[in-house]
Write a protein that binds this ligand. Sequence first.
Ligand code: URP
Ligand code: ZN
Length: 461
Amino acid sequence: MVTLIKNGTMFTGSDTVDADILVKDGKISLIGSDLKVEPSQIIDASGKYVLPGAIDVHTHLDMPFAGTVTSDDFYTGTLAAAAGGTTCVIDFCIQRKGQSLRKALEEWHAKAEGKAVIDYAFHVAISDVNEGILAEMPHLIKEEGVSSFKCFMAYKNALMVDDEKLFRVLLQAKESGALVGVHAENGDVIDFLARKMVADGKTDPIYHALSRPAECESEATGRAISLARMAQAPLYIFHLSARQALERVREARREGLPVYAETCPHYLFLTEDLLKEPDFEGAKYVMSPPLRSKDHQEPLWHALITGDLQVVATDHGAFNFKGQKNMGRGDFTKIPNGVPGIQERLLLIYNGGVLARGMTLNRMVELLATNPAKLFGLYPRKGTLSIGSDADIVILDPNGQSKFSAPLLKANVDYTAYEGLVLRGKVDTVLSRGVVVVKGDDFVGQAGKGRYIKRGPPIFI
Ligand code: URP
Ligand code: ZN
């Protein structure tokens, strides 16, 4: 199949060009005007923006958590991703205590195999650090295409690792050319505060946020940066939510350290007041780090525009309100942590960043596609529009309109945090390796067509 995308305006992380794109065998084979070709299919992108497919480096599909499992698996989750203009996800393969990294990876491959509709890769989250596990890391990096690892500094008694363990993972990653990312919250303090609140009868969802103050995030972010500095290793901060934590990242970057951070749309659009919604509805907004007050939002937007934050990812962790979130009635510590958002990201950043705050479309592409591809070893195969790149392409109609409402969105979850929100722009067409998977409101792709992508080393930006 040879496809010609005609008459659109193409945006990469650096350039804006009126150009046509020829797609052959799943790759971009030509970019130019008046291309003398005979395609089997023409897509007219007149008046539309042609962008590299977005990459979501933070998803939790089919993930066991707090006695339940996220409601999106690799079929529904990647379908929703595609519908929102995302053409590649990097999901978290989570090592269970006592499990080898290889076994954990096998488990995650089995979850995705035959289900994913777009390409995917895995970070490995290490919960059990010992000599054997550290010795496995080079194999994963070199043979399995896993060039990033995650350590949790929170979730005591489940996933949390202590400073020595994090330090040793950083040293090993540095030696083997991988990137370590952290969930930066002080798990010891949170565990104490949460237990105390429940004991004091403070059990409503809002106490989830109050038990995880911004200082817990800032402290852990600063500590992770110090450990990375001592290990001389690069560091990535997942889901940064608080302006104090952003300050830690900014200071590190001013020092010239290879420290990177993402934020997520929910921290840019939603506030902690939502956790006070009546009838336990606040549980829909329970995630970690928690939503913050409004005064954290403009510093985050500013950092996205100026470069102190490099990535926007979703942290898509979908749990139904009925049957899952309500497991925590009477005890907020039992509410599964996470919020859906895998489909909503691109249009939220387009509206909140480009239309409302003057972010360039090129910067939006950097945040959603190019920087994630570089930091996580997918570039230039993905994250840009260049000859030889995978034809993962999104056509965005700036004159369209979209409404977010749970029944209209594709994720397998009974709510959206953005119910009723009407936004400018519409994801018009999505191609995954040259094959149209989304056309208007219709998903026209197929389960199992997504491939596992072995990633290369990070490119430090
Ligand atoms: O609340 C969240 N973020 N849940 C998913 C697990 C994690 O912390 O990333
Ligand atoms: Zn997460």
